[in-house]
Ligand binder design. Structure first.
Ligand SMILES: Cc1cc2nc3c(=O)[nH]c(=O)nc-3n(C[C@H](O)[C@H](O)[C@H](O)COP(=O)(O)OP(=O)(O)OC[C@H]3O[C@@H](n4cnc5c(N)ncnc54)[C@H](O)[C@@H]3O)c2cc1C
Length: 416
């Protein structure tokens, strides 16, 4: 098993340049080392995602980043393989997989393009909310289009005045007969302006989490508008915008769940989103480790490949260990979601916190190992590092993960 982790395919000289497209590692081999005996089905899912990442994502991801292209046609191709409704029920076009299956797939996809895999994660998050909490009408109305990627979805929680303190959100939804009227502003919305459907958390009642409800708003609804795309450090292959609501009227049956359940639904979605984003960090960091190892065997200094220096070898050992720990934690959290374990929120927060920090460090180490070349845009590491950085911030910052971890610890293991 140990041998298979390092059984990476050798690269032709010079293949590291630019996109890294020719670089392919057997993530299936890595998976077997992850302490989970993946089933034959899971190995097959992984293989499909890995092939898609290598053929459809990695060759283009540098250009998408540079030109800020949201690869909609590629997302449609991803949907043909089932990636747009991974853990959505099969009766509405979903693949009906487990969270662990999905974590394996997101890891493989993000090896080829982190922001594209991450957008798929957000889209899946919204689709899964509709599947679990939506009425039969909403499921039938939206999920067939979402799972086919004929429609794309965004998740709208953050506001200018409420980021980490999400329960203080100010967007209102006022009931008027058989409609709600929404007013307010959401910021940092991934897919904003491009997505067809927006899951919006808005206040229908008292201050705090119990006064929040969730709504679906279609893009062309009167009163819904979007800011211009934000200029960002990374995640350039997907747009991020403000979403403004000015007397947006939606029918009562566009509410997801009951009145007052919106915050619970938003947090339920984020448990899974955190596992996915952790998995996306692992795939991106794995790419950086693979690239740095190949480079270190080719790059000669002081008459020797830099891979021969013990300092380099120790660095690789640490990077591989950080990756492995991240993978174990993320998969364990995914399995906790699947089993509905009492400690699932604790595990999701721990996995997100650890994996996103550790994987950013792995990318930073990889950049250091490439020396000055690592800093150049001609090589992919600086892009992967820029893309990974935001994972420590979104889906709840890593400081907020620590608050959750401590709070959940008191729940699952109270001091007598
Ligand atoms: C590229 C990108 C895409 C995003 N996509 C989406 C999306 O699709 N949908 C969506 O709803 N949101 C999205 N977000 C928003 C993201 O979830 C928030 O940025 C994040 O939750 C933090 O909120 P904030 O930026 O307001 O920071 P703040 O909450 O203002 O935090 C600022 C700093 O203070 C720290 N802090 C805050 N409270 C505490 C505390 N109690 N203890 C210790 N430290 C604390 C934070 O950790 C952080 O370091 C996205 C953000 C980015 C950058």
């Amino acid at each position: 098993m140990l041998r298979s982790l390092f059984n990476l395919r050798r690269l032709p000289a010079g293949a590291l340049r630019a996109t890294g497209a020719a670089l392919h590692t057997s993530t299936a081999a890595v998976a077997r080392f992850a302490g989970f005996d993946l089933t034959d089905d899971q190995l097959e899912f992984q293989h499909v995602a890995d092939t898609f990442a290598r053929e459809e994502l990695a060759p283009f991801s540098a250009q998408w980043d540079e030109k800020h292209i949201f690869p909609i046609d590629t997302l449609k191709k991803a949907a043909e393989l089932g990636f747009a409704g991974l853990y959505v029920s099969e009766d509405v076009g979903g693949a009906g997989l487990s969270r662990l299956d999905a974590a394996i797939i997101f890891e493989a996809l993000s090896w080829g393009c982190i922001p594209t895999a991450a957008y798929l994660s957000i889209h899946n998050m919204v689709a899964s909310v509709i599947d679990k909490w939506g009425s039969p009408h909403l499921r039938g109305e939206y999920l067939p289009a979402l799972t086919a990627m004929e429609a794309r979805a965004s998740y709208c929680l953050t506001e200018p005045g409420s980021g980490s303190d999400a329960a203080s959100l100010k967007t209102t939804a006022r009931r008027e007969g058989d409609h709600y009227v929404l007013n307010g502003q959401k910021i940092f919305i991934s897919g904003g302006g491009s997505s067809h459907l927006y899951l919006v958390m808005a206040r229908t009642g008292e201050p705090g989490p119990k006064g929040i409800s969730a709504f679906l708003i279609e893009k062309d609804t009167e009163g819904l508008s979007f800011g211009k795309p934000e200029r960002k450090m990374g995640w350039n292959a997907q747009p991020t915008t403000t979403v403004m609501m000015d007397n947006v009227r939606v029918p009562v049956d566009s509410r997801v769940g009951q009145e007052g359940e919106g915050f619970k639904i938003a947090m339920w979605a984020l448990d899974g989103g955190r596992v996915n984003i952790g998995a996306c960090s692992i795939g991106g960091a794995q790419f950086c480790l693979d690239t740095a190892r190949q480079y270190a065997h080719q790059r000669q200094q002081f008459g020797s490949p830099i891979a021969n220096f013990q300092a380099t070898q120790f660095k690789f050992a640490d990077m591989a260990t950080q990756l492995q720990a991240s993978r174990l934690m993320v998969r364990h959290a995914a399995a906790a979601l699947d089993s509905g374990s009492r400690g699932k929120t604790l595990e999701c927060a721990m996995a997100k916190r650890y994996a996103t920090d550790a994987c950013f460090e792995v990318a930073n180490s990889a950049l250091q190992l490439l020396g000055g070349y690592g800093y150049l845009q001609e090589y992919p590491i600086e892009r992967y590092m820029r893309d990974l950085r935001v994972h420590c911030i979104l889906e709840g910052t890593n400081e907020i993960m620590r608050l959750i971890i401590n709070r959940e610890l008191d729940k699952v293991d109270p001091i007598a």
